[in-house]
Design a protein around this ligand. Structure first.
Ligand code: FES
Ligand code: FES
Length: 224
């Protein structure tokens, strides 16, 4: 049975029809059909309520600051930060494993905080400081977290390791003496198919100066 015009135009408590609401917030069928994303619309001149400039869908210049170096690449606005790093800036240390925010292999630091680069548009990282695993080591010397991963044998195939190292660095920068539970929590979004969790935790604790082998329920030897 066909829906009546009255039903289609039914007003809510606000007095707005659904059609008027969608039109008001700018997501009518035309915008959706063109593939327009919220992040592709930026205020022109930054002024609130002023005209907007639409970016894309073709390549646009995007300037990224990665490991202290500023680079401009031409990318479609839909390109993720991970793909920009790996495919355009040749920074392949961040791994593309699940590509949907479930493994942590792609972790990088954004303004010092760990983010999954596969879940972020390169466009949204403009003007912000990005640190990848390639930028962790200073002047050719490995970071203490990297040294600890080697010393504690905290890797097997190594595919997950860049993400673990980056997230561990972020944790230790914020909390130089985390408990084992805090280490577990900070690394909770990271998966290791080889099962090296106990040694990863041990490595992070060794950098913090905590006993490498805690006793009891928080024992790093306990399987994750
Ligand atoms: S590749 Fe990004 S979370 Fe798995
Ligand atoms: S060391 Fe192989 S996936 Fe973690």
């Amino acid at each position: 049975m066909a829906r009546s015009a009255g039903k289609r135009g039914k007003r809510g408590k606000t007095g707005l029809t659904r059609r008027a609401f969608l039109k008001g917030i700018g997501i009518g069928g035309g915008a959706l059909g063109s593939g327009l994303l919220a992040s592709e619309v930026v205020p022109k001149g930054g002024a609130k309520g002023s005209a907007v400039t639409r970016l894309g869908p073709g390549p646009v210049p995007i300037t990224l600051k990665v490991n202290g170096r500023v680079s401009t690449v031409h990318l479609e606005p839909r390109v993720t930060l991970l793909d920009a790093l790996r495919d355009r800036l040749d920074l392949t240390g961040s791994k593309k494993i699940c590509d949907r925010g479930e493994c942590g292999g792609c972790a990088v630091l954004l303004e010092g905080k760990p983010v999954f680069a596969c879940m972020m548009l390169a466009l949204d990282a403009r003007g912000r400081s990005i640190t990848t695993i390639e930028g962790i080591a200073a002047k050719g010397a490995l970071h203490p977290v990297q040294e600890a991963f080697i010393a504690k044998d905290a890797l097997q195939c190594g595919f997950c390791t860049p993400g673990f190292v980056v997230a561990s660095k972020a944790l230790l920068d914020e909390n130089p003496r985390p408990s084992l539970d805090q280490v577990r929590e900070a690394l909770g979004g990271h998966l290791c198919r080889c099962g090296t969790y106990p040694r990863v935790f041990e490595a992070v604790l060794s950098v913090s100066g905590r006993p490498a082998r805690a006793q009891g329920p928080g024992d790093p030897g306990r399987s994750a």
